[in-house]
Design a binder for this molecule. Structure first.
Ligand code: FAD
Length: 480
């Protein structure tokens, strides 16, 4: 029999559930990736993520060729391309990793239906997360909506089913790969599909992921402390690799669990494992509550009225472009715009600022992050935004409002991160840099800063904004 493995967010050739099952169950296995115009048509032509995908596909093809196979790359609507290719090659079964995003579920259903008409099966496998859908439930059999008990149940289930972390080997059945006879020697260039080529925003592919992971493991012991400080390289930066599956979540969780058990990762390893569990948590929340894509997790919060109109639009633009006058917020937005990455602490600070200081709908911020983040994924982004906006599952309570200046003095005490992205403030000292409007104009001028000329005056006053937010959310108090 003939199989086709459809690569989507699993761009690797090791520990790969769909590839493993296809190789075990058929005589000839083909591999395809589709540059899906249903997704790509929405993106700017210089999107950084395309460069990451392109470089990762090159490594994937090289590795598949080493194993005896190759990667077919198509460009078009994935719904049609996969069905057409399956027909062309006389495929009996298409294999892919389960995707929990509602639009991907709809796409996969449509493809399965078309394939069925041609007597071709469509199999999906859990590959992106450790536990999915309803695998981790409360004692009463319900879906969790609070993280800590979910995490405890998740850990318990893993202890009871350690085989969940077993590798899905690829090389053991490599003789089933269809050989690259007659296949083009090179994959399409980004220009061929209408995008600009260039260096990926971070080391790409399986090699990039492994090198970054190895470097991070040596710092693991300090993760629990270092992860909160954006000026430090205290986190793994593996999020884009997890998003595109250039690393395997089982591999990372196995390593973290082993480090916890052996004590080699200090306290850091268990904190890091918790973060990986947050990722499973938000994937579960999305799959069990797909309404969160458009609406609040908690319906009562749909009554909150966000600011709209020209003034809100202008404030939103200032936020996007890093012109709010709050240095930590602006430096964070510039990090996002310039690199496609933003530190977790800063994602919380900027999301809180947009929703609680500017009173702007979390969905607008979420969409902006979706366009900019290299690691953008619907479940975690939506979860993070609804957490910060207080509308979400196990979210920050609505009356607890981050003070952007306090966050700045706590997490970037000496202003190192701020200076990196706002060089015009470089001469301000560790006290002045967090709130330049509080410094006397002549002192500021001595350090080369005139507010309104070199750096904006704050677009809102935090205490007044805080009051407005408490009033805005009072409607929730009435509903609940
Ligand atoms: P590390 O600290 O090394 O953590 C390891 C991994 O754990 C991460 O790569 C990620 O896969 C996972 N993880 C860590 N924190 C979280 C979290 N809070 N929720 C879910 N998973 C987590 N993460 C994304 O992957 N994609 C997004 O689109 C995204 N959007 C976010 C939006 C907001 C408003 C907020 C507050 C958080 C968002 N996060 C998102 C979560 C988190 O900020 C990033 O995963 C993290 O900053 C990535 O850096 P890292 O790989 O160095 O993380």
């Amino acid at each position: 029999s003939k199989s086709l493995v459809w690569f989507r967010r699993d761009l690797r050739a090791f520990d790969h559930a769909p590839l493993h099952h296809a190789l075990r169950s058929s005589q000839q296995v083909y591999c395809v990736f589709v540059y899906d115009t249903d997704i790509l048509d929405e993106l700017p032509k210089d999107d950084r993520r395309l460069r990451f995908i392109h470089a990762s596909l090159a490594q994937l093809d090289t590795e598949l060729r080493r194993l005896g196979g190759y990667l077919i790359v198509r460009h078009g609507s994935a719904r049609d391309e996969v069905v057409a290719l399956a027909e062309e090659l006389g495929i009996d079964a298409v294999h892919a990793g389960t995707d929990h995003e509602p639009s991907a579920i709809a796409r996969d259903l449509a493809v399965a239906e078309q394939l069925a008409k041609r007597n071709c099966a469509f199999h999906t496998y859990k590959d992106q997360v450790i536990f999915e859908k309803q695998e981790v439930l409360t004692l009463a059999g319900g879906v969790f909506s609070v993280f800590t008990p979910y995490k405890n149940a998740w850990l318990k289930r893993l202890a009871a089913h350690p085989e969940t972390l077993a590798t899905y080997p690829v090389d053991a059945h490599a003789d089933a790969f269809a050989p690259p006879t007659g296949a083009p020697a090179a994959l399409p260039a980004l220009e061929d599909i209408g995008f600009t080529s260039g260096e990926p925003p971070l080391p790409a592919g399986m090699d990039g992921a492994e090198a970054m992971f190895e470097a991070f493991v040596t710092e693991m012991a300090d993760y629990g402390r270092a992860r909160d400080f954006p000026a430090e390289e205290g986190t793994s930066r593996l999020s884009a690799h997890l998003r595109f599956g250039t690393t395997s979540i089982r591999h990372l969780v196995r390593s973290a669990r082993d480090m916890v058990q052996s004590g080699t990762g200090g306290t850091g390893a268990s904190v890091w494992l918790s973060e990986l569990i947050w990722r499973d948590f938000y994937a579960m929340v999305l799959s069990q509550n797909p309404h969160v894509v458009e609406r609040s997790f908690k319906p009562a919060f749909d009554a909150v009225e966000w600011e709209t109109g020209a003034e809100a639009d202008a404030l939103f633009a200032a936020w996007c472009e890093g012109r709010t006058g709050y240095p930590l917020v602006d430096a964070a937005m510039l990090q996002l715009n310039q690199t496609g990455f933003m530190h977790n602490r800063l994602r919380m600070v900027t999301a809180s600022f947009l929703t609680k200081d500017l009173g702007i709908d979390w969905r607008r911020g979420e969409r902006y992050f979706a366009r900019q983040l290299n690691d953008y994924e619907l479940a975690s982004n939506n979860g993070g935004w609804q957490w910060a906006a207080s509308t979400g599952c196990d979210a920050q309570p609505w009356f607890r409002i981050f003070n952007p200046v306090t966050q700045s003095t706590r997490f970037d005490a000496r202003g190192e991160f701020i200076r990196r992205y706002l060089p015009q403030l470089a001469k301000l000292d560790g006290k002045q840099i967090h709130a330049p409007w509080l410094v006397k104009p002549d002192v500021l001028a001595e350090r080369g800063v005139v507010l309104g000329r070199d750096y904006p005056a704050p677009v809102v006053e935090h205490d007044a904004a805080r009051q407005r937010t408490l009033e805005r959310f009072a409607v929730v108090k009435k509903v609940v």
